[in-house]
Design a protein. Structure first.
Length: 116
């Protein structure tokens, strides 16, 4: 079965960096576009970044462009989100996502808190 497991969240000061990881299994990872979403307290879940199966195309929401970098290692069935220059408004639970035959699959999420 499809399984997504996020890790790497934590508490970081404004201006700091974190790298999130998503370990995937149960599907053909290299053929699947992947996404990072986040959900802040009291807000709807929003798409943060996406990457094609071969890693050749990446997209970002405007608020993270130039600060976040999405990447993947198909040999390891893993996806990453490098987050730099973090701001308090980046505080959220971050989720790994894959859409397979019209079904969305989600990990359990990893908490990121940006605070001094």
């Amino acid at each position: 079965q499809v399984q997504l497991v996020e890790s790497g969240g934590g508490l970081v000061q404004p201006g700091g960096s974190l790298t999130l990881s998503c370990a995937a299994s149960g599907f053909i990872f290299s053929s699947s576009a992947m996404r990072w979403y986040r959900q802040a307290p009291g807000k709807e879940r929003e798409l943060v970044a996406g990457i094609t199966g071969d890693g050749g195309i990446t997209t970002y929401v405007g608020s993270v462009k130039g600060r976040f970098t999405i990447s993947r290692d198909n040999a390891k069935n893993a996806m990453y989100l490098q987050m730099n220059s973090l701001k308090p408004e980046d505080t959220a639970v971050y989720y790994c996502n894959v859409l397979i035959i019209s079904t969305d699959y989600w990990g359990q999420g990893t908490q990121v808190i940006v605070s001094s």
